[in-house]
Design a protein around this ligand. Structure first.
Ligand code: UGA
Length: 444
C-alpha cells in the first residue's frame, strides 16, 4: 500500500512561506503554517493575505475551506505533528555589513530540532550564504532529542513576487541539495504534481543547492546592470536601448527577459542577495566574483542618481520648492512591496533636496507611507500630476503606461515627464505636448 502523504509544516509565513504553505495544500497535503507573529497567523487563519499577491487570497480561502491548511503560533505542536519541515523565514541584509543576517534561520531551525517527537526531514528554502546548511546540520544534531533522527537538506525557492503562486506550483526547476536516497524520494512525493507536469529536478550537494539560488539572482541582476551600462552608451551615442535590447533578445543565447533598461532592480531579494554573495565570495577568497558583483551593484545604484539628475535638469538645476509628481512606489508592478524600492529612493532623495513630492501607486500607497511618512501621497494619477513641474514614472504599472498624455498635459503646471522604466510611448507623449526624457534614449 502507498505510504500516507507526508504532513507538512512551513516555518515563516511571509511571502515565501505563506505562498509555499498554500501551494503544498493545493498539491493535496495537510499543511500547518507557523509564525511567531500572532497578527500574521490571525490574518491568514481568517483567509486574509498580509501582502498584495495576485491569486493568493483566492487560493488561500479555497485551501482553508478544504480543512487541509491551518496556521498557528504553536511551534511545538506543529513540529510534533509534521513529517517535513520547511524553513521559509527571512534572511535580510545585516544592519552592519553586506552579509546576510541568519538569526531567523538559525532560530527556526533550532526550534524545529528541539521540538521534534519523531524522525523528520528539515528542508531549508530561505536564501542563505553557501555553507549555512552545513552549520545548521551541527545545530540540529545538538538540539534534537536523543533517539530522533533529523535530516537537513536545501531546496531553494525561485518564486517572483507578483507571480508567486504560478512560480511555486510550476517551478522552472526543483533543486534538492544534500539529500539521501530516502529524503530525495520523500521530496519527490511532495513535489509529485510539478514533477509530473515537467519541472526538472536537480539533485546535488548542499553547497551547490545554496549557490544555485544566489547565482540565479546574481545573474538576473547582472543582466539588468549590463543593459543599464549599455544604456548610458546609447544615450551618449544617440542610440536607442529599447530597440537594441529587442535585437539582442532575438539571440536565444541572450534572451529578451531582464534586458529592460531603466531605474534598475530593487526589492527584498536581488539587492541583498548580490551583496550577501559579494561578502561571502570575498570570505571564500573569490575576489573577482565579488568585484564583478560590486560593479553590478554600483551600476544599479547609479541609475537612481541618473534619474535624480534628469529631474534636476528638467527643473532647471534645482528642485527646491518644485512640485514633482511621482508615479510608482513599489519596486516593480503587481506588488505592494517597497523594500529597497528604487522609486521611493529617488522620491525621498528629491524630497531631501527641497522638492514637494507627491507619490501615487495603485497598490503600494499604504506600505510606502509606512516607510516614507514625510512624502506626499495622492489617490490617483491626476492628483499626482496636478500642478507638477515634472512627472517621474518610476514603476511601470499598466495604469501609467495607458494613461492619456493629452489630458494629463492640461493638469501639469509644466508638462515634462521622465520615463525611468522605458515603457511609455515617447511619440504619443511628445505629440500631446510633453517634454519627454527616458533613460538610454537620446533627448529629442
Ligand atoms: C527575484 C527573482 O526574479 C526570483 O526568481 C527570486 O526567487 C526572487 O527574487 C527571490 O530571491 O525571492 P523578485 O524580487 O520578485 O524576484 O523580482 P524580479 O521580478 O526579479 O524583479 C527585480 C527587480 O528588477 C525589480 O525592481 C524590477 O523592476 C527590476 N528589473 C527587472 C529591471 O530593472 N529590468 C528588467 O529587465 C527586469
Amino acid at each position: 500500500p502507498e505510504a500516507p502523504a507526508p504532513r507538512i509544516a512551513v516555518l515563516g509565513t511571509g511571502y515565501l512561506g505563506a505562498t509555499h504553505a498554500v501551494a503544498m495544500a493545493q498539491l493535496g497535503m495537510e499543511v500547518v503554517g507557523v509564525d511567531t507573529d500572532p497578527n500574521k497567523v490571525a490574518m491568514l487563519t481568517a483567509g486574509k493575505v498580509p501582502f498584495y499577491e495576485p491569486g493568493l487570497p483566492e487560493l488561500l480561502a479555497e485551501q482553508l475551506a478544504t480543512g487541509r491548511l491551518r496556521f498557528t503560533t504553536d511551534v511545538a505542536e506543529a513540529v510534533g505533528w509534521a513529517d517535513v519541515h520547511f524553513v521559509c523565514v527571512g534572511t535580510p541584509q545585516s544592519k552592519t555589513s553586506h552579509a546576510a543576517d541568519l538569526r531567523f534561520v538559525e532560530a527556526a531551525t533550532t526550534s524545529i530540532a528541539q521540538n521534534l517527537t519523531h524522525d523528520a526531514l528539515i528542508v531549508g528554502k530561505s536564501t542563505v550564504p553557501v555553507g549555512t546548511g552545513a552549520r545548521l546540520r551541527t545545530l540540529v544534531a545538538q538540539a534534537a532529542p536523543a533517539g530522533v533522527r533529523a535530516e537537513l537538506v536545501w531546496n531553494p525557492e525561485f518564486l517572483r513576487e507578483g507571480k508567486a503562486v504560478a512560480d511555486t506550483l510550476h517551478p522552472d526547476r526543483i533543486v534538492l541539495g544534500g539529500t539521501t536516497a530516502d529524503s530525495e524520494a520523500l521530496l519527490r512525493r511532495v513535489y509529485a504534481g510539478p514533477i509530473a507536469e515537467g519541472s526538472p529536478v536537480v539533485v546535488c550537494d548542499l553547497p551547490t543547492a545554496e549557490l544555485v539560488k544566489v547565482s540565479a539572482n546574481a545573474f538576473l541582476a547582472t543582466k539588468i546592470s549590463f543593459i543599464n551600462a549599455i544604456s548610458a552608451v546609447c544615450e551618449a551615442a544617440g542610440a536607442d536601448v529599447k530597440v537594441l535590447a529587442d535585437a539582442l533578445g532575438h539571440d536565444i543565447r541572450i534572451g529578451r527577459q531582464f534586458l529592460d533598461a531603466g531605474l534598475g532592480f530593487g526589492g527584498g531579494c536581488l539587492p541583498k542577495d548580490i551583496r550577501a554573495l559579494m561578502h561571502r565570495a570575498n570570505e571564500l577568497g573569490a575576489h573577482q566574483a565579488s568585484a564583478l558583483l560590486q560593479q553590478v551593484d554600483e551600476i544599479n545604484m547609479g541609475q537612481r542618481s541618473r534619474v535624480i539628475e534628469l529631474a534636476l535638469e528638467a527643473c532647471g538645476g534645482s528642485v527646491l520648492n518644485r512640485r514633482i509628481g511621482v508615479l510608482g512606489a513599489a519596486f516593480k508592478p503587481h506588488t505592494d512591496d517597497v523594500r529597497d524600492s528604487p522609486a521611493l529612493n529617488v522620491a525621498a532623495a528629491l524630497h531631501l533636496r527641497g522638492a514637494q513630492v507627491t507619490v501615487y501607486d495603485p497598490e503600494a500607497g499604504d506600505t510606502a507611507r509606512a516607510s516614507y511618512p514625510t512624502l506626499g501621497y495622492a489617490t490617483g494619477v491626476d492628483e499626482a500630476v496636478e500642478g507638477s513641474d515634472v512627472v517621474l514614472v518610476l514603476t511601470e504599472w499598466d495604469e501609467f503606461v495607458t494613461a492619456e498624455p493629452a489630458r494629463l498635459a492640461t493638469l501639469a503646471k509644466n508638462p515634462s515627464v521622465i520615463d525611468a522604466r522605458g515603457k511609455l510611448d515617447a511619440a504619443r507623449w511628445r505629440d500631446a505636448g510633453w517634454s519627454f526624457r527616458g533613460l538610454g534614449r537620446a533627448a529629442a
